[in-house]
Ligand binder design. Structure first.
Ligand code: ME8
Length: 509
């Protein structure tokens, strides 16, 4: 196998439990990973947690536990959440992993030795009671945004990374790689707001808190945020010990999938760090929009959300996955609401997919005792259906390559609607009344079963549990991607399993 694909989510802060916003990115990354695997790629799908920093240090202190104890509990819960959502990650990196910490120290030292990191002074606005640095724009009416008290201008010794040195090369890289930042609108935002005004060197160490990777040659300092966090994408692959490692196989990453607020770090700081390390740059960074609740941000401090498992328990894992993948045009902001989740599940999963599968399998049992037959008594209406079904493979592939996941799904749903319409137009129940139409009836049902099989293969990256169930009802093991280029791979004389309801309609709350 030689097609490889490396995809990452951000590593999330375990300062509080993960919420539906974190699920959103992770479900999309999972769907893309599963799609790539389906289509023959060897995939490395990575997610993880960004565990250092002052905020976590403080939260742990408030609870009277060590920072490590604090994050361990949240990570255990997060892994359980990913398992409830069927997230098929290949690696979960924690920035407290020993190999990551050692690699970060080596990276920091190398950059220092070669002159890309230097010692300077960090000037900032400091809230003494909260022990926090703030920027001018974070202040509320000139005061600390956490406690409302006045802040003081202070300075602290710190190391800096020479971001400014790489500005020209960065712009050249953007020019040579027009699809590096997606959606395209975000590239102009980066150039206009951050790069063209001139990049400032980046503070990469702190002395005012302890919960971080120590700078090994100056132990008053811990590595500050982005060198620690961003390098996760290569330390997980074994960097800097690259021989025979995953690094050789998978770097550069094909896709860093991130929320729009951290695109900046991924398309400015990260490429510059990699240039300084003389490593290849990732191929693409996609910054998706935010899921909002009642038009506002999902917020840990507002507590305006439920544990995502509550939605899974109420509506099923695939209803939640489907909603995240289908509802919001990828790249835009969207609203998360339970009402919309219910309505999407009813319209697409219960009424369209579920109804089609149930009607088809039930009729096959009723008229042929579940035996799959294909006498091939064709009509024009069949060719129309078959060509729509066969066209799907390329259409879905094109959409997925553009990361238009919701549109890819909608194309499949549209063909499933066509299948339902085909039932209404061919009226199998009337064919069943006429003995001479028995073969036509068997053909109609075969066309439906085969269409369902092909659509289910294409749907399997998105709603894997449901698709497993459909394959079970179809009693088929012919589920590979190559089997959908021709119509007719579903075995005849096979006996279908009994129909099972896939999604029951949910009453509105
Ligand atoms: O930024 N809608 O961690 P974080 C959509 N540790 N996506 C959302 C979301 C929402 N309402 N809320 C969160 C960090 N996300 C850093 C990242 S990477 C080297 C370091 C998702 O816990 C989205 O992917 O604040 C966003 O970028 C990420 O969670 C932020 O997670």
């Amino acid at each position: 196998m030689n097609k490889k694909y490396y995809i990452t989510t951000p590593i999330y802060y375990p300062s509080a439990e993960f919420h539906i916003g974190h699920c959103y990115t992770t479900i999309i990354a999972d769907a893309i990973s599963r799609y790539k695997r389906l289509t023959g790629y060897e995939v490395f799908f990575q997610t993880g947690s960004d565990e250092h920093g002052e905020k976590i240090e403080k939260k742990a202190a408030e609870k009277g536990v060590t920072p490590k104890e604090y994050v361990d509990k949240i990570i255990e819960n997060a892994k359980d959440l990913w398992s409830s959502l069927n997230i098929s990650y290949d690696y979960f990196i924690r920035t407290t992993d020993k190999n990551h910490e050692e690699a970060v120290q080596k990276i920091f030292k190398q950059l220092y030795d070669q002159g890309d990191i230097y010692k300077g002074e960090y000037k900032g606005l400091y809230c003494i009671p909260c022990e926090s640095f703030w920027t001018e724009s974070q202040l509320i009416e000139g005061n600390c945004p956490d406690c409302g008290r006045p802040v003081k201008e202070v300075s602290e010794e710190a190391y800096f990374f020479k971001l400014s040195k790489y500005q020209k090369r960065l712009v050249e890289f953007y020019e040579k790689n027009p699809n590096f930042i997606l959606p395209l609108s975000r590239k102009n935002e980066m150039l206009n707001n951050f790069i063209n005004p001139g990049l400032e060197d980046l503070c990469v160490s702190r002395t005012s808190f302890k919960w971080g990777v120590p700078v090994d040659f100056d132990t008053n300092h811990v590595v500050y945020v982005w060198v620690d966090a961003l390098s996760n994408y290569i330390t997980s692959l074994g960097y800097p010990n690259c021989e025979n490692s995953l690094y050789q196989k998978f770097w550069p990453a094909d896709l860093h999938l991130v929320g729009k607020e951290i695109v900046r770090f991924h398309v400015i700081i990260w490429p510059c760090l990699l240039m300084a390390l003389n490593l290849p740059l990732p191929k693409q960074v996609f910054g998706h929009g935010w899921l909002k609740i009642d038009g506002g941000k999902i917020s840990k401090s507002l507590g305006n959300y439920k544990d995502p498992r509550e939605y899974i328990n109420s509506y099923g894992v695939d209803a939640v996955r489907y909603y995240a993948l289908r509802e919001v045009p990828f790249g835009s902001d969207g609203n998360f609401s339970e009402e919309a989740l219910i309505s999407r599940t009813n319209s697409d999963l219960a009424n369209n997919l579920g109804n089609l599968v149930n009607r088809t399998i039930s009729m096959s049992h009723k008229y042929f005792d579940g035996i799959v037959l294909n006498p091939n008594i064709s009509d024009n209406i069949d060719n129309d259906l078959k060509s729509s079904v066969l066209a799907l493979k390329d259409i879905v592939d094109e959409k997925m390559n553009e990361l238009k996941v919701g549109e890819a799904i909608e194309e499949i749903m549209e063909v499933l609607r066509k299948c339902n319409k085909y039932i209404d137009e061919t009226t199998p129940w009337s064919l069943a009344k006429d003995k001479s139409k028995k073969e036509r009836l068997a053909t109609v049902l075969y066309n439906l079963l085969e269409s369902i099989r092909i659509c289910t293969i294409l749907l399997s990256p998105f709603i894997p549990t449901t698709c497993e169930n459909i394959f079970k009802q179809l009693n088929t093991t012919i589920t590979d991607y190559n089997s959908i280029t021709k119509f007719g791979a579903l075995q005849t004389n096979n006996i279908l399993n009994k129909p099972e309801i896939l999604f029951t309609r949910i009453e509105s709350k």
